[in-house]
Design a protein around this ligand. Structure first.
Ligand code: FYN
Ligand code: ADP
Length: 603
């Protein structure tokens, strides 16, 4: 390194390496006379890699870091509970293909964030949980430090990768490894442990700058083998009753045009999983969503794109797939496009695995189809007609339910309004959690664009709604409509303060039926406690948003709900609409009642 002329200029206080670079280049600042520290190196490493937003909750030992991050120009979105900050970071990763960053304090704060980290790993969302931690020497001797915990060991089973940095000169590598681990291959949650002693460590500024790594191509394309593509297309071409299943991996891949082209060029019916809705508009004529329980058992070749044959798809076997017993395979042949080679055969045999990133795989399939002589054979008319008939029947049945206007409202009459509002605002982002509130919204509210439906995902997690809403609004700037069960909202409702503090365009619609599943359960003992499954009747949730300066509305009719939602979207003010739903409406666990272990019937 060339010797820099000695200068007396002091580095700009709090400036990042990027901001000082031109001054160093011009010689205005003599890098060699500078020192940097752990705080600055963490900030520089994140900024160098394009991270511009942090979701977290300040406290020992990261309070100063949050101030410095903000002073360095990053957005620091401060939550009321780390779990919500973590959910926010994870969905920001899903939406942007950049790792969402969650920053927490040690021990209890880390544990709160860990739930979201585990959920991110389960859902293949790229996020990095950065937590301050106690000193190794005290933790390892169990000498009782403030918030003592071996966080790295606890994180490891729930993360795709986990790293700890002890020396300032290793911060660049630590951040780079965390970013690459979160984004490469199957995305997931990564833990980065930064002990308190790391932050005040100082080192030569130029050496510090040299230690930083700007990650090159963190999510490299993974091109499928041509023979794998050929095997898949040969199988698909010969199908009499082909079906395509699109999962949230297909949404995450952001290969929207090619995915739509593959569906339309082959004319194959498709079934979108919940967070893949909108990759093609739900009103698309090839959508088989309204014929789900017909197409799954009847299809003879199923092309699975960015979805897992896990519990959400009945593990590819059992009655859902036309088998005679829960363990049986239904006879279908499966093609699976996935970036994870180990996903194939996880539940049932995959006859044609296509390993690679979805963008490259779908592009290769389209290329092979175009290169093949003759056009792709349209699926047999009897298959398409049968699906159309089932769709017509189910849509008519749904239409009858939606046309009713009972008092009090039920899920259908309230969601009929939401359905219209989302159709009129296709760029709005729909966040959805609950049991009945989730299941009814999934089938009633059509989505029209990709990555606009953010919900409970693979784990069916409750409590993600407000974190998702904050991140969706911060990341996209779009209007957010959060359709919440009253139980689900209860997990993260305090974040209404966060929503108001940042004045976010979030309209929360609580479908309030006074209970976890419904509100009319009673304590069968006649004792003084209510049933464990009910809430305060007529709870005024809207007052919570009003308490922080937002808009609260109680809506008892579809017209009141419609007006309130339209006003929320017009004003873009933080709004909570308490939609009063018949407390007798709803079934236990919604459409997954079968997962409840049935108590043995008494003889
Ligand atoms: C779907 N359907 C429709 C439409 N869309 N009918 C008319 N119009 C439209 N637009 C029909 C569809 O064909 C099904 O009828 C039915 O509605 C339900 O469709 P859905 O929801 O897609 O299918 P199903 O069977 O519920 O899917 C199984 C599942 C899903 C496990 C994938 O239930 C799910 O994702 N559940 C998540 C549960 C969860 O995580 N809950 C959070 C924790 S709850 P048929 O074809 O006639 O069957 C804690 O208690
Ligand atoms: P869903 O719940 O919608 O069915 P899952 O989360 O079960 O979807 O499955 C998503 C799948 O997509 C995972 O197996 C994951 O490995 C895969 N995946 C995620 N991103 C990509 C990508 N860019 N390319 C290929 N596969 C991907």
């Amino acid at each position: 390194m060339l010797d820099q002329p000695t200068r007396t200029a002091k580095p700009s206080p709090g400036a990042s390496a990027a901001e000082d670079a031109p001054k160093i280049a011009s010689g205005e600042i003599n890098a060699q006379s500078q020192e940097t520290d752990g705080f600055q190196l963490v900030i520089d490493a994140l900024k160098l890699n394009g991270i511009d937003t942090i979701f977290g909750l300040p406290g020992i030992p990261i309070t100063d870091l949050t101030r410095k991050l903000q002073a360095a120009g990053l957005r620091v979105i401060s939550f009321r509970h780390e779990q919500n900050a973590g959910y926010a970071a994870s969905i920001a990763g899903f939406m942007t293909q950049k790792p969402g960053i969650c920053l927490t304090v040690s021990a209890p704060g880390f544990m709160n964030g860990l739930a979201a980290l585990a959920n991110a790993t389960t859902n293949c969302f790229p996020m990095i949980l950065i937590s301050g931690s106690s000193e190794r020497e005290i933790v390892d001797l169990q000498q009782g430090d403030y918030e003592e915990m071996d966080q790295l060991a606890i994180a490891r089973p729930h993360a795709k990768a986990a790293f700890r940095v002890l020396h300032a000169e290793d911060i660049g590598v630590g951040v780079a490894r965390a970013i690459r681990a979160a984004l490469s291959g199957r995305p997931g949650g990564v833990y980065l442990d930064l002990p308190a002693k790391l932050f005040p460590q100082t080192m030569d500024a130029e050496a510090g700058r040299q230690s930083l790594i700007k990650v090159v191509d963190p999510a490299p394309r993974q091109i499928p083998a041509p023979d794998a593509v050929k095997r898949a297309l040969d199988l698909l071409k010969g199908a009499k009753r082909p079906l395509i299943i699109l999962g949230k991996g297909a949404a995450y891949a952001q290969a929207d045009a090619d995915i739509r082209a593959l569906v339309e060029k082959t004319s194959i019916p498709y079934l979108p999983m919940a967070m893949a809705k909108g990759l093609l508009p739900d009103t698309h004529e090839q959508s088989a969503a309204a014929a789900r329980s017909y197409v799954l058992p009847e299809a003879d070749v199923v092309l699975v794109i960015g979805a897992r044959l896990n519990w959400l798809l009945s593990h590819g076997k059992g009655k859902t797939w036309g088998a005679n017993s829960a363990k049986d395979w239904g006879g279908q042949k499966f093609i699976q496009i996935d970036i994870s080679p180990q996903e194939a055969d996880s539940n049932v045999r995959i006859d044609a695995p296509v390993v690679g990133d979805i963008g490259s795989c779908v592009s290769a399939m389209l290329g092979a189809i175009s290169a093949t002589a003759g056009s792709w054979p349209t699926p047999p008319a009897e298959w398409l007609d049968a699906i159309a008939q089932r769709k017509t029947k189910n849509i008519a049945k749904m239409g009858e339910s939606l046309a009713k206007n009972p008092t009090p409202m039920n899920f259908h009459s309230a969601l009929n309004v939401v359905r219209d509002i989302v159709k009129a605002n296709p760029d709005a982002i729909l966040v959805n959690e609950g049991a009945n509130a989730l299941d009814f919204t999934r089938s009633i509210v059509d989505m029209y664009k990709p990555r606009k439906r953010l919900d409970v995902g693979t784990w069916g997690v409750m409590g993600s709604g407000m974190g998702f809403s904050v991140a969706a609004a911060v990341v996209s700037g779009e209007q957010v409509i959060a359709v919440e069960g009253d139980s689900a909202f209860g997990f993260s409702g305090m974040e209404c303060e966060t929503i108001c503090r940042y004045n976010l365009p979030v309209c929360v619609v609580i479908l309030n039926n006074n209970g976890v599943y419904r509100g009319d359960e009673v304590n069968t003992t006649g004792g003084r406690d209510p049933s464990p499954l009910v809430f305060v009747k007529g709870a005024r949730y809207e007052k919570l948003m009003e308490a922080f300066g937002g808009v609260g509305v109680m809506a008892s009719t579809p017209a009141e709900l419609r007006n309130a939602m339209e006003e929320a979207i017009r004003s873009r003010k933080p709004t909570l609409i308490n939609a009063v739903i018949d407390e007798k409406a709803g079934t236990e666990s919604g459409r997954i009642t079968s997962l409840n272990p049935a108590a043995k019937k008494k003889p």
